[in-house]
Design a protein around this ligand. Structure first.
Ligand code: UDP
Ligand code: MG
Length: 339
C-alpha cells in the first residue's frame, strides 16, 4: 500500500525515485475517470502540443481514479508504447481533486501542466502559457471565456457558484477557472505542504500566491464520454470549496441567531403587553409559526456547525488522502514496489 507520500516512501525504500538530474522540464498531470475512449486522442494532442516546446524533456502522469471502463488498460498500453507516460492506478475512485493530488505528488518536472482528460482544455495552450511563465509568472491559469457543449443549467450553476465563492471567501479565487494551469515547481512544493483532506485545488493554488496570471480561452466540448460531475457532485464540490476556504457560513449562522433573538424579544414584549392589558391570545397560528421558524433556524445552524465539525473529524483521523494500487511506467518501475 502506498499512501499519500507514496513517492517519499518509495524513495526511502529504493533510493531516490528521481534525482534532480533526472527531473524533466515539464510534468503533465491528468486525472482520468472513465475516459478510455478519449485517451489515445489525449495522448496524440498532448504530444503534438508539447514536443515543439520541450522535445523529449517531459513526462505525462496519468491517474486512473478507479475507472470502471478500460481506462487503466488504455493507460498501460500508452505507457508501454511511450516511456514518457507514467500511469498511476488508485485503489478506488477518490474523486477528481484527490486524483489530481495523487498525480501532482508523482510529478517530478520543473513545470507542472494540469488538464482534464476530456480535451475540454486545449493542450495547445501550453505555448502561450509557457511564454507567460517565462515572463516571470509562477501560475498561468486558463480562464474560460465560453464553454461549448455544456448545458445552460451547468453554465448557470457554475456561474452562481463562482459568484457565491467570491463573496464568501477571502482568498481571491478567480472566476470561471478550473484546474487547467501551468505552474512552477515552487508552487507545487507549497501545495504539497498543505495536508488537508478536503482539497479544492484551484483555490489552494490561489492561496499560495506568488505571481499568477489568467489566460482567457474558449472551453471546448468534451471529446468523448460524458461529464463526471452530476448535480449532486457539483453541490458537494461547492460545499467543500466554501467550507475549506471560509468560516463565513458559521458567521451567517450566528447572525441568523441574532436576528431570531431580536424577533423573539419583540414578540415577548408584545405578548407581555397583551397579558398586562388582559388580552390573552387564543390562536395557535402564532405559536405554531414561531415554533416552525425557530425550529428550522436552529436545525439549519446545527447543520452548518455539523458540516465543519464533520470535516474536523475527518481531518483529525489523518488517513492517507488516497491509496495507490500501482504505478506503471519507466520511473514507476522503481517507485511502485510498496503495496
Ligand atoms: N475525474 C476524476 N475523478 C472523478 C471525476 C472526474 O478523475 O471522480 C476527472 C475526469 O476524468 C476529467 C476531470 O476529472 O478528466 C474533470 O471531470 P469532468 O470533465 O467530468 O468535469 P466537467 O468538465 O464536466 O466539469
Ligand atoms: Mg470536462
Amino acid at each position: 500500500m502506498v499512501e499519500q507520500h507514496g513517492r517519499d516512501a518509495a524513495a526511502a525504500l529504493h533510493g531516490s525515485a528521481h534525482s534532480p538530474a533526472q527531473a524533466p522540464a515539464l510534468s503533465v498531470v491528468v486525472p482520468c475517470y472513465n475516459e478510455a475512449e478519449g485517451l489515445q486522442e489525449l495522448h496524440r494532442r498532448l504530444i503534438a502540443a508539447i514536443e515543439p516546446h520541450f522535445a523529449h524533456d517531459f513526462e505525462i502522469v496519468l491517474v486512473n481514479d478507479g475507472s470502471r471502463d478500460a481506462t487503466w488498460a488504455g493507460m498501460v498500453a500508452l505507457s508501454d508504447a511511450d516511456p514518457r507516460v507514467l500511469c498511476v492506478n488508485l485503489a478506488r475512485n477518490h474523486g477528481h481533486q484527490l486524483a489530481l493530488t495523487a498525480g501532482l505528488a508523482q510529478a517530478a518536472g520543473e513545470l507542472i501542466f494540469v488538464l482534464d482528460a476530456d480535451l475540454q482544455d486545449p493542450p495547445e495552450l501550453i505555448g502561450p502559457m509557457l511564454e507567460l511563465i517565462r515572463a516571470g509568472h509562477d501560475v498561468v491559469y486558463g480562464q474560460r471565456r465560453k464553454r461549448d457543449g455544456e448545458t445552460a443549467f451547468k453554465r448557470a450553476t457554475a456561474s452562481a457558484f463562482y459568484r457565491l465563492l467570491d463573496r464568501l471567501v477571502d482568498v481571491d479565487i478567480p472566476r470561471d477557472t478550473g484546474d487547467f494551469r501551468l505552474m512552477t515547481r515552487r508552487v507545487l512544493n507549497v501545495l504539497q505542504a498543505m495536508p488537508e483532506r478536503y482539497r479544492f485545488v484551484r483555490g489552494m493554488v490561489s492561496w499560495v500566491g506568488f505571481r499568477q496570471v489568467a489566460l482567457p480561452y474558449d472551453r471546448d466540448a468534451r471529446f468523448a464520454g460524458e461529464t463526471k460531475y452530476p448535480l449532486h457532485k457539483m453541490i458537494s464540490f461547492a460545499i467543500d470549496a466554501i467550507t475549506s476556504f471560509s468560516v463565513a457560513p458559521l458567521r451567517i449562522a450566528s447572525w441568523m441567531g441574532v436576528c431570531a433573538g431580536i424577533g423573539a424579544m419583540l414578540m415577548l414584549a408584545y405578548v407581555l403587553g397583551a397579558w398586562v392589558s388582559g388580552h390573552a391570545i387564543s390562536g395557535w397560528t402564532s405559536t405554531l409559526a414561531i415554533i416552525l421558524v425557530l425550529g428550522s433556524t436552529q436545525l439549519m445552524i446545527l447543520g452548518i456547525m455539523g458540516e465543519y465539525l464533520g470535516r474536523m473529524y475527518m481531518e483529525a483521523k489523518r488517513r492517507p488522502l488516497y491509496i495507490i494500487d500501482e504505478v506503471h511506467g519507466v520511473r514507476g518501475a522503481r517507485g511502485s514496489a510498496v503495496h
